[in-house]
Design a protein around this ligand. Structure first.
Ligand SMILES: *[C@@H]1O[C@H](CO)[C@@H](O)[C@H](O)[C@H]1NC(C)=O
Ligand SMILES: *[C@@H]1O[C@H](CO)[C@@H](O)[C@H](O)[C@H]1NC(C)=O
Ligand SMILES: *[C@@H]1O[C@H](CO)[C@@H](O)[C@H](O)[C@H]1NC(C)=O
Length: 339
């Protein structure tokens, strides 16, 4: 064999080995591996990517300098003469919040929308001569600004006469929930707790039935409570997540209204459900506006941001509108704007 023949043979064998290796491998893209469950739902993912929500505690307590209304305050007190939810939403948007959550009804039972199931509402107040609807005004402002809307409907109701009678009150609550979830367009989050009157130990809240109703009427909404189903309470009101904070969790390990704070704060590396944590905290000492209270400093708020959003949680910062119906300028100045 001549030298040149040998080189030719080597070249040929190289070529054939190249072509055989390419014909034995699949020419198509290798599909991604099967995920390790559980996975977040689309609405949980959207919630998490939103990073921060603005909580709006507002109602008769705003006018009576209190935190927990008795449910016996005259609706005449409710008159936020300069109320402007588009200001609330503008503040939220300019400071990097993706959604706003309003106390449509707090423990005092007063409804910020004209519910057909009670007259303890804006309908009995002097504000807009009883024709106003705070939820509707906020819903419109939020939609115009492209900000998500969430609502809190307190299970505890210190005004309603049927409170304490399990069946009657659960029907009442679901009637009100249906109004809120059918009148105001897309609702992104429904927020609820397990607060209950001390004398009402025997009364039961039908949480599972409520959750089915909410998911049926607003399939894109996440439900917040101590135990999810979609997002869980972090277990404190300081806005601080655990330095390890899993989205994995077992809902069955927690009871609404009776949380294991360490479990809530850290989550569960072995958990078989996806229930990420939400950190609620107020910019002021109280949840409602009080003339005597001042907001936390921007430095403190930034620290809270790092210890909530920076720890895999959503930050729910409460900024209560004042009795004129506006977010106070002194609060706005403290926002850790992300822009
Ligand atoms: C409320 O009603 C009174 C008397 O009917 C009227 O003078 C006033 O302009 C009304 N105010 C609003 C805000 O509609
Ligand atoms: C959560 O569930 C997993 C099994 O799905 C289990 O291994 C783990 O111990 C549970 N955690 C708690 C706190 O019950
Ligand atoms: C509410 O806040 C607005 C904006 O800072 C301010 O103009 C108004 O006076 C405040 N109302 C009260 C009662 O403090």
């Amino acid at each position: 064999m001549s030298h040149s023949q040998m080189i030719l043979l080597i070249l040929l064998s190289l070529l054939s080995s190249l072509s055989s290796s390419s014909s034995s491998s699949n020419p198509f893209l290798k599909p991604p591996p099967i995920p390790i469950l559980p996975l977040p739902s689309a609405s949980q993912l959207q919630w998490q990517l939103g990073h921060m929500a603005l909580f709006l505690h507002f109602g008769p307590n705003t006018f009576t300098d209190s935190e927990w209304g008795t449910g016996r305050v005259d609706p005449y007190i409710f008159d936020p003469y300069n109320l402007d939810p588009s200001q609330w939403v503008r503040v939220a948007k300019e400071s990097g919040f993706s959604r706003v959550i309003l106390t449509a009804k707090h423990h005092d039972g007063f409804c910020l929308w004209p519910s057909k199931y009670t007259d303890y509402s804006v309908r009995s107040s002097p504000w807009r001569n009883g024709t106003g609807d705070v939820v509707a005004e906020l819903a419109k402002a939020a939609m115009d600004a492209g900000i998500g809307l969430g609502l809190y409907l307190s299970p505890w109701d210190r005004h309603e006469a049927c409170y304490g009678k399990t069946l009657d009150y659960n029907e009442f609550y679901m009637g009100q929930m249906t109004e809120l979830l059918t009148r105001y367009g897309d609702i992104k989050e429904v927020w609820l707790d397990g607060a209950k009157g001390e004398e009402e130990k025997d009364m039961e809240y039908f949480f599972d039935t409520w959750f089915s109703l909410i998911h049926q009427l607003q399939p894109g909404a996440v439900i917040f409570s101590d135990a999810g189903p979609d997002t869980r309470w972090i277990g404190d009101e300081a806005g601080v997540g655990g330095s390890t904070c899993w989205s994995l969790f077992n809902r069955s390990a927690v009871k609404i209204g009776d949380t294991n704070a360490k479990y809530a704060m850290e989550g569960d590396p072995l958990g078989h459900e996806w229930v990420p944590a939400e950190c609620d905290v107020s910019i002021r000492p109280g949840w409602f506006w009080h003339a005597s209270e001042v907001p936390k400093s921007a430095r403190t708020l930034l620290d809270i941001y790092y210890k909530s959003v920076g720890r895999n949680c959503l930050l729910l910062l409460n900024v209560p509108p004042n009795s004129s119906g506006l977010i106070s300028a002194e609060d706005i100045q403290q926002y850790p704007g992300r822009k």
